[in-house]
Design a binder for this molecule. Sequence first.
Ligand code: AMP
Ligand code: ZN
Length: 137
Amino acid sequence: MDCIFCNIIERKAKAEIIFENEKIISFLDINPIHLGHILVVPKMHCIDFLSIPEEYLNPLIQVTKIVTDAMVKSLKPDGYNLFSNNGNAAGQSIYHFHMHITPRYFNDEIKFKLNLKQYREAEMKDFAEKIRREVRS
Ligand code: AMP
Ligand code: ZN
């Protein structure tokens, strides 16, 4: 398996590392939506959000906050997006989980092209029930 993010973690590939600790690394996206776009990555090869081991979840969100805070203080964007693409249909291109953090600016012309749906009568309740049946806390 050749994974570019594993190679960055193992220093076999170059990256502009922003911060790392025992479990998480964060570095600049090589092809940014805006300059300063950061990726936050578990130091364990896991394909997507649902395959992240439990003990990596809190560190992941903690490092996401640390580097988002640093990005906001240093670049002073008008806002920022946090997002993660999971699966081919969702636009994932690197199959090692990563959180994107990108600065945003007023009038930056970046739009997530949405085609919003509407629930038909009772459909919202049906969807909620279907999902609730599978909730395991
Ligand atoms: P996604 O499409 O959500 O899987 O995002 C993958 C991201 O990884 C893209 O935004 C790429 O620009 C970024 N990327 C790919 N290769 C590298 C690399 N060597 N260093 C930093 N970022 C990378
Ligand atoms: Zn990997």
